[in-house]
Design a protein around this ligand. Sequence first.
Ligand SMILES: [Zn+2]
Ligand SMILES: [Zn+2]
Length: 213
Amino acid sequence: MEDNENAKLKQFLETNWQNYIEKANLNKENLIDQLKEYGLDSKFLQKEYQDGKFLYIQSEELGISLQLESNILNCVYIYGGRDKKFKQYKGFLPYLINFELTNGDIVKFLGEPSTKNGGKLTSISIAYEHLGIEFTFGTKNWSEKDSLIEFICLFKKETNGQYKICGNCKNPTNNQCSRCKLIYYCSASCQKEHFQNHKEKCKQYAQQFSIQP
Ligand SMILES: [Zn+2]
Ligand SMILES: [Zn+2]
């Protein structure tokens, strides 16, 4: 019985949430059915967000919060274990991300983010809209480069052109790194300049997900 429960938990933790967000159009009822199937419905607390627009179904124990907008799964918050309430999420994370990475490490691998938020009064966060991921770090200071991830938000990828920017200089461009396809470069010189930072994880990613150049 316990082995069966562990197997279900493992299965749940291996869920690729991005797939769910991109494809499944999960509504609240489906989502709760899904959690019941994993035997995890009791681990998830439910509360309405104050403005009434969002509903969160969350498990502090598992370090995950599922956000629904208009009754459809909209984004998934995944916690790094540095939150007062949420423990560290132990499951699958996309793009070779783990909670030992700092903001500096992430920019090295994924390049300049398409969106930056926070600083001064709130924690800094960077988003890669074309990858559907936002990272929030444990610092309010943009000059700090070694701050660890507090939490990650996974959302629907934005294929809109405005988010296709060079990972080195932020110029608009459509040219992806041919190996990992996770980052854009506007020119050979920008690619060359940034590639020293990018290449190790790029290779690892391409191998792991067997992406052909
Ligand atoms: Zn560039
Ligand atoms: Zn690459």
